[in-house]
Write a protein that binds this ligand. Structure first.
Ligand SMILES: Nc1ncnc2c1ncn2[C@@H]1O[C@H](COP(=O)(O)OP(=O)(O)OP(=O)(O)O)[C@@H](O)[C@H]1O
Ligand SMILES: [Mg+2]
Length: 219
């Protein structure tokens, strides 16, 4: 996989013999993974299994200790190229607390040199009345809804979503499912980490269990 001609752009993600150590923890112990373009995949695993860490690795925010990884054919070490392809929705945070909900969306669009209807995105997630409220004064579920609004605006070929259903009420979980389905319909690849496999299965047909540093296909 190290030669460029073998880097296959039909794969959104490829890991080969991936080892990842964080401090004393070994998060990945020689993992191989292929995710084809447009696929939907859920990562499950106990608290502390390493799901968030794996998503951060795929967003090129962490370095492999050993082995190789590619996103759309680009080496994970090439953060600049990889980040052009990836949007990571973190489990929390990711918004500027002193900007309003709407200002955060406008800023995100500007950073990505994109156009988009921020008002419609906020209505979509039920935040129209809170559009002018600073993020630091939003509830946890409202912040999650804002992250989903941002995700709906920032269409990236590889979308990584950490716990999309956490903190959401029932209507919010349905909104999350709708937005994630749209990601799939647009042909983008979706990888999510979730503790609600039955919900995740509605938007991702493949499930992998992360345990003791290894990924196992679930059937
Ligand atoms: N920056 C870091 N430095 C050292 N260890 C870390 C760091 N970040 C996470 N870890 C450790 O890595 C392990 C995996 O954490 P991670 O957050 O990836 O788990 P997770 O599967 O997402 O868990 P959860 O279901 O609780 O979200 C944990 O033991 C955690 O303590
Ligand atoms: Mg996590």
């Amino acid at each position: 996989m190290s030669s460029p001609e073998r880097a296959d752009k039909d794969f959104a993600v490829q890991l080969r013999g991936a080892w990842l150590r964080l401090g004393r923890e070994v998060i990945l112990r020689g993992v191989d993974l292929d995710v084809t373009s447009g696929e939907g995949l859920t990562l499950i695993g106990e608290n502390g299994a390493g799901k968030t860490t794996l998503l951060r690795l795929l967003a090129s925010s962490l370095r492999l200790t050993r082995g190789e990884g590619r996103v759309h054919g680009f080496d994970l070490r090439d953060s600049r190229s990889v980040r052009e392809f990836v949007h990571l929705m973190p489990v929390e945070g990711g918004a500027y607390p002193d900007l309003s909900a709407e200002e955060n969306l406008r800023f995100a669009l500007r950073m990505h040199r994109l156009e988009g209807d921020t008002g419609a995105a906020l209505r979509r997630v039920g935040l129209e009345k809170a559009a002018g409220r600073r993020v630091r004064f939003l509830s946890a579920g409202m912040r999650k809804r804002l992250s989903l609004a941002r995700l709906s605006l920032l269409a990236r070929p590889l979308t990584l979503v950490d716990e999309p259903f956490a903190n959401l009420d029932q209507a919010g979980r349905q909104t999350a499912l709708d937005i994630l389905s749209e990601v799939r319909q647009r042909g983008q690849t979706l990888i999510l980490a979730a503790h609600e496999p039955e919900l995740a299965a509605q938007v991702a047909s493949r499930t992998l269990l992360l345990r003791a540093g290894l990924l196992t296909e679930q059937r």
